[in-house]
Each structure stands twice: as structure tokens, then as C-alpha cells.
Design a protein around this ligand. Structure first.
Ligand code: UT7
Length: 382
């Protein structure tokens, strides 16, 4: 993705780059060897992309801070002062993640006035798929897409949606895709240790979706982005594979066999909250500043700051560093907690439907979390 996006002209340079169907770009002029496999050509007709629809869905079961105080040694005051969270939605027997993703997707398609049959690509950003092999094809099936668009999952925890958005843009700009549905959906409640008061108070389940559509360069709505990973920070936040003992198998000579492998499952979420907090407050403002620089925009051009909804104190610290006043900061984590990859599209959807975010406004969106991964995108809504 990085290679592709670095090879493609930036949105602003498209206006100066004389591309046309009749004169395809000269890839060799970009320094590529003749021996390399061919790269997809930039989308010559529609070099831009814009966000034209959004939707969201949450489970029906609501758990308040008071409810949690009956399960672990905590209280509403501690949780709301330290995190800003008052309640969260959690999957129960009545819902599942695919259904939430489909519900959110239908709303986004309806707003965008795009038929499921006109989708070219579905990206399901989730770290908690209901099928280890991927959830996106199930979304495709339940939406009833007769054309069977390509559908696959992106796993990047709480940064998943931002990565999905940039992937959608790369597919559109570099691969000729027209309508890309980006879904952020997670059910971390399934991996939370409900006896650990240090982490169980944070998380909720939800899905959000955005329709990203190809457009002319003048309408392009992705101004700049910045993405990072640092695997050395994995110890601060993970839900890693756990091997379980199984009956030892012996070969015909009585020696212990390495095969069949032992049964595996994932551990509960392991988190060093303080380290994750420090990482977010340090890296997120830097990432947004870098994306703004690439976009050639000052921080004062941000109409809305839309961060991954993890902790109100993180949101406030990043806003203060970027000098974005609180009335231009989107926050809904009081009602939903940290919904991982869903948090940005969920908050965006609420802000759009309530009339807060209007067409043409500039949003600085940033995700951060396990991996570690983090990244930001400067986008225009509508
Ligand atoms: O998508 C990214 C996901 N992760 C995050 O965003 C996590 C970012 N980190 C945070 O949000 C915060 O670090 C937490 C909310 C997790 C914790 O807040 P904190 O201000 O860093 O608290 P702490 O861990 O330093 O704990 C302070 C005290 C401790 O007691 P002592 O040692 O001072 O007596 C904890 O045992 O608060 C205690 N504590 C609690 N008390 C009541 C920890 N959790 C709770 C709780 N209720 N739920």
C-alpha cells in the first residue's frame, strides 16, 4: 500500500499531471525496472475519492458503570472521571457482529444512494471476526450483492478504520475501483476479562460504515494521511494466541509426537493502560500534524477533530496539543466506550446524522491502538 500510494501522484498533483485515457502514465519514468511485475494503473477517469455515506449499529444490551460496579470493585465516579465513559453496548445472545456490520452498511449505502450491486469492494476492519478466515464475504452475502464484489478483512485493532479508509482510497486511485464500503466493527467484549477492573470498564461493541466513492480530482476528499506501526509495543496491548495442553500422542516406538498440534485459543485482552495512554498522547498529535503537512493545510483548517474514542483524557490532551477548541471535537464515548475499529465511523455517523458535521467540512481523524498501530487522515465529508 505504501509503495503504491507513494508511486501515485498526490491528489493535488493530479490537477497538474496531464493524464488522460489516451496517454497512460509512463511507469518506467517513475524509476521502475522492466523486470518488475506490472503495477495497477492509476484510475485515469476518477483520480479522487470522497466519503458519501455513513451508517452505524450497536447491540441492544446496555451496561452502565453502576452495572459494572456489581461485577468488579469500581464505581461510576472513578470510571467517568478517569475515562469519560458512562455506559457501553455489549453483544448478547440476540446480536452478532456480522448483523451489526450489515445494518451499518445498509444505512451507509442508503445515504450514499448506492445499490449493493454497484459495490466493487468491501473492507471489513475488525480484530474480532466471527470467522477466523474473514467476515467481509459474509457482509457481501447478507447485503445481497449479486455482482460478488471483492470482500476481505483488515486487522489493525483500533486503527483499523483509518487503515481501511486509506486502503479504499488506494484501491480507487490505483486500482480502478468505484464504490468501496469500509466497515469498522468489533466485539472486544468477547475478549475482555470481566474480572479485570483495569480494562473491562473501557470497551463496548459496535459497527460503523462509510461509503468511499471515486470522483474527479477537484472533488477529492482525502487531503493527506499518515500511518505507522511499531511491533515492539505489542506487550502493552494484545490478545495473543494461547496453546492448551492436549493428550500426548505417541508414535509406534512410544516416542512423544509433536503432531497433532495443541488446541489454541486467544487470551483475554492484556493491557498496560498507562503505557497505551502515554503512547497515544505522544504519537497521535504528531501523526495528525504530519498528515496536515502532507495535505498542505494548517491545524486551523480542521473543522472537526475525530479521534478513536478510547479515553476522554486522551481526546482532550490531543485537542489541546493541536489547539483545537473543545466545541470542534467529536466525542460520544460516554455512551459507547471504546468500540475499537468501530469508534470513528460510529462517532462520524452520529455527528453527520445530528447535523453537526456538514458536507464540505474538513475532519482530522486518527486511530491508535494494539499492534501498536496508529495513523490519521485529513478528509472532507461529503
Ligand atoms: O484502544 C486503546 C485501548 N486502550 C486504552 O486506550 C487505554 C489507555 N489508558 C487509559 O485509558 C487509562 O490508563 C486507564 C483508564 C486504563 C486507567 O487510568 P489511570 O489513570 O492510568 O489509572 P491507573 O491504572 O494508574 O490506576 C490508578 C488507581 C490504581 O489504584 P492505586 O494503585 O492508586 O491504589 C488502580 O488500582 O486506580 C485503580 N483502578 C481502579 N479503581 C476503580 C484501576 N482501575 C480501576 C477501576 N475502578 N475500574
Amino acid at each position: 500500500m505504501h509503495l503504491l500510494s507513494s508511486l501515485l501522484p498526490s491528489p493535488s498533483s493530479y490537477t497538474h499531471f496531464p493524464l488522460s485515457i489516451d496517454s497512460p502514465p509512463k511507469l518506467f519514468a517513475l524509476g521502475l525496472s522492466k523486470d518488475l511485475p506490472p503495477l495497477p494503473l492509476p484510475n485515469l477517469r476518477y483520480p479522487g475519492c470522497k466519503l458519501v455515506g455513513c451508517g452505524s449499529a450497536v447491540p441492544t444490551l446496555q451496561i452502565s458503570n453502576d452495572d459494572l460496579s456489581k461485577m468488579v470493585d469500581t464505581n461510576d465516579e472513578w470510571i467517568s472521571v478517569r475515562t469519560g465513559i458512562r455506559r457501553r453496548r455489549v453483544l448478547s445472545g440476540r446480536d452478532n457482529l456480522i448483523a451489526l456490520g450489515v445494518d451499518a452498511s445498509r444505512k451507509a449505502l442508503e445515504m450514499a444512494k448506492v445499490d449493493p450491486d454497484d459495490l466493487d469492494l468491501i473492507l471489513m476492519c475488525t480484530s474480532t471476526p466471527e470467522d477466523l478466515f474473514g467476515s467481509a464475504p459474509q457482509i457481501q452475502k447478507h447485503l445481497g450483492c449479486k455482482a460478488n464484489p471483492l470482500a476481505y478483512d483488515i486487522t489493525a485493532a483500533c486503527s483499523g478504520f483509518v487503515l481501511g479508509l486509506i486502503s479504499a482510497a488506494c484501491h480507487i486511485r490505483g486500482g480502478g475501483f468505484r464504490n468501496v464500503l469500509v466497515i469498522g466493527a468489533d466485539a472486544l467484549s468477547r475478549y475482555v476479562d470481566w474480572t479485570d477492573r483495569g480494562s473491562c470498564i473501557l470497551f463496548g461493541d459496535a459497527a460503523g460504515a462509510v461509503l468511499v466513492q471515486a470522483c474527479d480530482s477537484e472533488e477529492d476528499g482525502l487531503f493527506g494521511f499518515d500511518l505507522h506501526s511499531d511491533g515492539s509495543g505489542q506487550r502493552h496491548l494484545n490478545a495473543s494466541i494461547k496453546e492448551h495442553e492436549s493428550n500426548t500422542a505417541l508414535d509406534s516406538n512410544g516416542s512423544v509426537l509433536d503432531f497433532p498440534p495443541r488446541k489454541s485459543s486467544y487470551s483475554f485482552i492484556q493491557m498496560n493502560g498507562k503505557e497505551v495512554f502515554r503512547f497515544a498522547v505522544r504519537c497521535v498529535p504528531q501523526s495528525i500534524e504530519s498528515a496536515l503537512e502532507k495535505a498542505g493545510l494548517p491545524a486551523s483548517s480542521i473543522d472537526w477533530l475525530l479521534l478513536h474514542q478510547a479515553n476522554q483524557r486522551i481526546i482532550d490532551a490531543v485537542a489541546a496539543r493541536l489547539e483545537v477548541p473543545s466545541e470542534r471535537v467529536i466525542s460520544n464515548l460516554a455512551n459507547y466506550g471504546n468500540t475499537s475499529a468501530a469508534s470513528i465511523p460510529l462517532a462520524l455517523d452520529e455527528a453527520v446524522r445530528s447535523g453537526k458535521v456538514k458536507a464540505g467540512q474538513t475532519i482530522a481523524a486518527a486511530g491508535f491502538g494494539a499492534g501498536l498501530t496508529w495513523g490519521s487522515a485529513i478528509i472532507r465529508w461529503g
